[in-house]
Design a protein around this ligand. Structure first.
Ligand code: URA
Length: 236
């Protein structure tokens, strides 16, 4: 693996800010292969050294993967001057890791949102070429019907002329339905349903690929993805 500065290596784990870590290292609280290292600028291969912080071994992780049950009323952005963002909901150690949302959910949409510091992973989840399905639960005005199901399966043409890929619409009755798409155009599910005369009242993302939103995650809650979750995500 590429060589990396000691302070950056520790900062990537969310332990403290880069500035704080420089002081921590200079104070002799960090060891590299059992020897105190006081140079924050020391370059190391994170995968071939043993680091300890205040005597506790550090398990270096190159990338981090989390899921959140995004609540409504929060914007999917890394920063916003006026509105609360999904990053504002994270505990400080996760915020410091530099994780960012994978794709976006609208302010009024809730549900499964992934966060990572791995750009390639994010691209793979988002890109329609990867065929990772995103499934949404929607409550609409009126009642979607078999004609809507057919139109979704053929690919909806949005009012502005944008052509969507074929998608699945499941009728759940009582103004409820589920929509599965493989792409993430701006307000896509809302616009697809609106184009059929069924404006969305409530929208919630239930799953991405094979990964489902767990029932026991609170709104705004985050959980680290396990290796199994990562496999489930892509192997459907
Ligand atoms: N489609 C939408 O319209 N909104 C979302 O937040 C996600 C998909």
């Amino acid at each position: 693996m590429a060589m990396m500065r000691l302070d950056k290596m520790l900062a990537d784990q969310g332990l403290a800010s880069r500035k704080e870590l420089r002081e921590i290292i200079r104070a002799g609280r960090v060891t590299v292969d059992g020897q105190v290292e006081t140079r924050p600028e020391r370059r190391l291969d994170p995968e071939s050294v043993s680091i300890a912080f205040d005597g506790a071994p550090l398990d270096y992780q190159r990338f981090h993967y989390y899921m959140m049950d995004k609540p409504t009323g929060v914007v999917t952005a890394t920063e916003d001057k006026r509105q609360q963002t999904v990053l504002d909901l994270l505990p400080p150690d996760l915020k410091r890791m530099g994780i960012f949302p994978v794709g976006r959910l609208d302010k009024d949409t809730s549900g499964l949102l992934l966060l990572t510091d791995d750009g390639e992973f994010a691209h793979r989840v988002i890109s329609p070429k990867s065929c990772v399905k995103k499934r949404y639960y929607a409550e609409v005005e009126g009642e979607a019907d078999e004609e809507d199901v057919m139109a979704f399966s053929q690919g909806i043409l949005l009012k502005d002329g944008t052509q969507c890929l074929p998608a699945a619409l499941e009728l759940l009755g009582g103004g409820k339905c589920a929509v599965t798409v493989m792409e993430g155009k701006y307000h896509q599910v809302r616009r697809m349903l609106a184009s059929r005369g069924k404006p969305v009242l409530t929208l919630r993302r239930l799953s991405i690929g094979g990964l489902r939103l767990p029932a026991d995650l609170d709104p705004g809650g985050v959980r680290e993805l396990t290796q199994e979750d990562l496999c489930t995500l892509f192997n459907v």
